[in-house]
Design a protein around this ligand. Structure first.
Ligand SMILES: O=C(O)C(=O)[C@@H](O)CO
Ligand SMILES: [Mg+2]
Length: 267
């Protein structure tokens, strides 16, 4: 069975962020991920990980002005200095948290800029980021995100992401394959896993039910089948549980929806 990580940005919305570590550990998780650590000190976050014996497996580099609607700045030509400063801050957090990978969001395609310039900026920033992160044995990940949830995002498809990763050819630059986004954008999940996991270029997996992004046992995707396939293909990384609990922010709403996880992991 794959190893699962609780995504603390989406799971446990009923709790304050700092209380979500304890809740994830109590539910049987041994690893966590979340979008952004920057509202907290790295030392406080590291203390939570230590106290609850959790491994931090992923977080995101600063995405620009998230509250204003930005979704990453890596492809934006006029934001290179900010991207690089933010990425170095992410490396500092990763070192304190013992986190081996950082997700870099590409950004929304702005009007009126030549797509070739966006791609050139994206590639140049990713090359630089992979070099910096490589000095600390950290992987850099890029994630295709579906256009229904994030219209105008630069990166929507697995083949596009893999083409970029291959072109840059840095050993620590990989794809974050979120099966929720992949199902919405392109489908054929089992064949996509068979195509991409053996390349060694998938650095992290994530899951959610489709179409509503609730628990993985709600919706059109047969996850037990895919978990067996992920094992068969020899993937030994984590699978991030990045979904919005169906019961929402009510007491025990997240834990009550974890029957699918407990059935797989509790013996
Ligand atoms: O939304 C997702 O999917 C993610 O993995 C986030 O890191 C970016 O929105
Ligand atoms: Mg994701």
């Amino acid at each position: 069975m794959p190893k699962f990580a609780a995504n603390l940005s989406m799971l446990y919305p009923e709790l304050a962020f700092m209380d979500r570590f304890a809740a994830a550990a109590a539910d049987g998780f041994s690893a966590v991920e979340y979008l952004f650590p920057y509202a907290f000190s790295a030392a406080d976050l590291a203390a939570q990980l230590k106290q609850h014996q959790l491994q931090q497996v992923l977080f995101n580099a600063p995405p620009g002005d998230w509250d204003a609607g930005e979704r990453g700045i890596c492809c934006l030509p006029d934001r290179q200095v900010e991207f690089r400063e933010g990425f170095l801050k992410a490396i500092d957090y990763a070192k304190t948290l013992g986190c081996p990978r950082i997700h870099v969001m590409a950004g929304l395609v702005p009007d009126g800029i030549d797509p070739e310039r966006l791609l050139a900026t994206y590639i140049s920033n990713l090359k630089w980021a992979a070099e910096q992160a490589g000095l600390e044995n950290i992987d850099v990940l890029i994630e295709p995100i579906n256009a229904r949830d994030m219209p105008g995002f630069f990166l929507h498809r697995q083949d596009q992401a893999h083409e970029i990763v291959q072109a840059i050819d840095a050993p620590n630059l990989k794809v974050q394959m979120d099966l929720y986004h992949c199902q919405i954008s392109e489908g054929d999940l089992a064949m996509k896993l068979r195509q991409y996991l053996p390349t060694g270029r998938v650095g992290h997996l994530q899951i959610a039910g489709v179409p509503a992004r609730h628990e993985p046992d709600i919706g059109e995707v047969n996850y037990p089948y895919l978990f067996a396939l992920i094992d068969e293909l020899g993937y030994d990384g984590h699978v991030g549980c990045e979904y919005r609990p169906k019961r929402g922010a009510v007491a025990d709403g997240t834990s009550d929806g974890l029957g699918w996880f407990k059935a797989l992991t509790w013996h």
